[in-house]
Design a protein around this ligand. Sequence first.
Ligand SMILES: [Zn+2]
Length: 257
Amino acid sequence: MTFEIDLERYSRQIDVFGVKGQERLLNSSVLVVGAGGLGSAVIQYLAAAGVGRLGIVDGDKVEKSNLQRQTIHAGNIGVNKAESACAFVEKLNPDVTVDVYPYALTPKNAEKILKPYDVVVGCLDNFKTRFLINDASFLLKKPFVHAAVYAFEGELSTFFGKPCYRCYLPKAPQPPRPPIIGATPGVFGCMQAMEVIKLLTGHGETTKGKIVRFDLSTMEFFEINLSERKDCSVCSGRLKGIYEENYEGDCSIVRFE
Ligand SMILES: [Zn+2]
């Protein structure tokens, strides 16, 4: 694609990764699944950085209780979150084209929705969709940038090939609705945006191969090295497609092909 780069808009980051890096961002496409607390930060910073195409998937409507952390939806109570996020991006940066998917990601539509994008970012509060994104990203050979938050804590990792998210967690626990301090998904969403920018520009190192955890109440930092789980249903290549049965109950893989 050839186009004139808005050097004024991007000057501070061109100082870091050059016009080439900026061109890469403008020619890239990123799918953000979930426009909640994590998604608000991811969408905001990827749009501001000039990622040329952003897909936003969310079937929920904005509620008052969301605004404590989902800052891009200001003034939009009752509006679909993907639509609301799109309106925010259009105001922030006209260079960005937004694809709005105002419904949930499901085993039926996941592969089709993920396929056109360079990177997939999971900004979710449920294990079912996280497993679904992991499996579909692995099959489609796309990087999957993951974060999850709980109160003051959170974790971050980028999965790309092996090891995958199911090597870390083969099946879903059944946690209660997590308590959340609004700034926690803000911090982790920004870190996800940073992972995407590193993947797309080739500058810096991602968290591939490890899970990074922060407890923001004490500022303690932990790192877990991940290795490929030999019996991982996904990494082993045994999973051949996306099937609804694998996203029910504890999300164990029960159907391979
Ligand atoms: Zn795996």
